[in-house]
Design a protein around this ligand. Structure first.
Ligand code: HEM
Length: 174
């Protein structure tokens, strides 16, 4: 733990991560973001290759691999990003609900992780089952959104992390 100033009014020392621990958690946070984005790229390559090819065996292969590489690796990256992000926020001056950029990132992280489990998981499972049964007449609309929406929101979160816009949720009392 590092030396922290007393909370105004309460006299309680806020909890802070020590400098080394904070750096270690930040490394894990950035690594989880990197792997999450990487899996998004793999998902996009597989999805658009499957949609663009006329070769049936390539299509089937892409859909099967899609199920394998997306859901669980993405869930783990999303959860790791969430846990390390919450630790970084709570163990620093930023706090979990003090700054807009942190709150928006928290909401995005929760939203994307929920979508992976509630929407992407059953979606790719169905596609893989269809591919198994050689039923490849899959509506395009079902497939193109995840590889576009997920990396776009993640990149937005990266921009928020670097620029930290919009300031405090509540204005400080004078
Ligand atoms: C939505 C997915 C997320 C992405 C893509 C993301 C991205 C990043 C990146 C790239 C950094 C490094 C910024 C820098 O060192 O300049 C960072 C730092 C940080 N993130 Fe996240 N993050 C995400 C989720 C979260 C969540 C859920 C929280 C907390 C609720 C959070 C809180 C923080 C904090 C406090 C820092 C340290 C900022 C600093 O010390 O400058 N992040 N994030």
């Amino acid at each position: 733990m590092s030396g922290a100033t007393l909370n105004a009014g309460t006299g309680v020392k806020p909890w802070r991560l020590g400098a080394r621990t904070r750096k270690a958690v930040l490394v894990l946070h950035i690594a989880s973001v990197g792997s999450w984005l990487g899996i998004d790229v793999v998902m996009a390559v597989l999805t658009f290759t499957a949609l663009g090819t006329d070769d049936q065996s390539t299509k089937v292969l892409c859909f099967r691999v899609l199920e394998l590489v997306t859901v669980w690796p993405m869930t783990v990256s999303g959860l790791m990003c969430l846990v390390t992000g919450v630790l970084l926020a709570m163990g620093s001056k930023y706090g979990l609900t003090k700054y807009w950029w942190v709150v928006v990132k928290l909401v995005l992280n929760l939203l994307l992780s929920t979508l992976v489990l509630m929407s992407l998981r059953p979606g790719v499972a169905e596609i893989a089952d269809r591919a198994e049964a050689n039923d490849l007449d899959i509506p395009l609309g079902d497939m193109i959104y995840p590889p576009i929406v997920s990396p776009t929101l993640l990149m937005f979160a990266v921009v928020l992390s670097v620029f930290k816009p919009w300031g405090l949720l509540r204005k400080k009392k004078r």
